[in-house]
Design a binder for this molecule. Structure first.
Ligand code: CP
Ligand code: NVA
Length: 303
């Protein structure tokens, strides 16, 4: 695997391979078995948006793999003053062994990969969040013992999370149903991809229809980073799209809940549902570390 730009680029086999390696790295870390697979390698971490989990899990993960992470806030970089991404890519390719980038436009991530000569890992764009989805799939497989044949349900905005979960679920044999208000649908490229999977993908206007018999229920904030100015308008649009106890009663009795975090309790999810599923949600957060270590190994080493 050269880059991780979006879930659409991965084959089903590559997804499963990353999940298997992530499980192995998690086991080794828990048992004190060192795995310095990236000794001597440096990974730049460019952030044009805020982050808690992505930054810390990439920095710690790179350290545990024997490599060097370098945090690069766009506020302090020339890219933040208008240096073209094409030039930044060609310069950083001469110092680093890989780049993780969190930014707004997917096109910027694709341009880094096109103009640079080192692996690029997408740490979230407005279009997708592949590192998060790999951690989600890892967590679901850990709790349920499999992915194939399960039903995932996503309630809320057709944002980076919904876009990536649709692709990740379908590529791993799951079916997925989503519920979103009019005007907040997933990206067209994702809908085109999902069409190939027939009835395994369904989109509803009401969460009550989407959640029936779900094995895992997932939601995310109503206003993503960069959409803060639309928060009030979005609160109105998503008013009926809360994951609460009444909605969960329509899912399978043993349904799990996932949330990429940060969560807005009382908006997309109630406090009681969040706390009842806190173990699964924080395992998901932990699995960012293990899944990303697997991605870094696959992108930055020949192993
Ligand atoms: N879920 C996630 O990506 O969290 P951060 O924004 O804290 O990195
Ligand atoms: N959809 C959210 C995810 C945060 C991890 C955002 O883009 O802000």
């Amino acid at each position: 695997m050269k880059h991780l730009l979006k879930m659409l680029d991965l084959t089903s086999e590559e997804v499963v391979d990353i999940l298997n390696l992530a499980d192995q790295l998690k086991y080794e870390q828990k048992h004190g078995i060192p795995h310095k697979l990236l000794e001597g390698k440096s990974l730049g971490l460019i952030f044009e948006k805020a982050s808690t989990r992505t930054r810390v899990s990439f920095e710690v993960g790179m350290y545990q793999l024997g490599g060097q992470p370098i945090f690069l806030s766009s506020k302090d970089m020339q890219i933040g003053r208008g240096e073209p991404v094409q030039d930044t890519a060609r310069v950083l390719s001469r110092y680093l062994d890989g780049i993780m980038i969190r930014t707004f436009e997917q096109a910027e991530v694709e341009a880094l990969a096109e103009y640079g000569s080192i692996p690029i890992i997408n740490g979230l764009t407005d279009f997708c969040h592949p590192c998060q989805i790999l951690a989600d799939l890892m967590t679901i497989r850990e709790y349920k013992g499999k992915l194939d044949g399960l039903k995932m349900c996503f309630i809320g905005d057709g944002n980076n999370m919904m876009n990536s979960l649709i692709v990740g679920a379908l590529k791993t044999g799951m079916s997925i149903s989503v519920a979103c208000p009019e005007g907040y649908e997933p990206h067209k490229d994702v809908l085109d991809f999902a069409k190939e999977y027939g009835e395994k993908f369904s989109m509803f206007r009401t969460p009550q229809e989407a959640v029936v018999d779900a094995d895992v229920v997932i939601t995310d904030v109503w206003a993503s980073m960069g959409q803060e100015g639309e928060a009030e308008k979005r609160k109105k649009a998503f008013a009926g799209y809360q994951v609460n106890a009444e909605l969960m009663a329509l899912a399978k009795p043993d349904a799990m809940v996932q949330h990429c975090l940060p969560a807005h309790r009382g908006e997309e999810i109630t406090e009681d549902v969040f706390e009842a599923h806190a173990d699964e949600i924080f395992e998901e957060a932990e699995n960012r570390l293990h899944a990303q270590k697997a991605v870094m190994v696959r992108c930055l080493s020949d192993k």
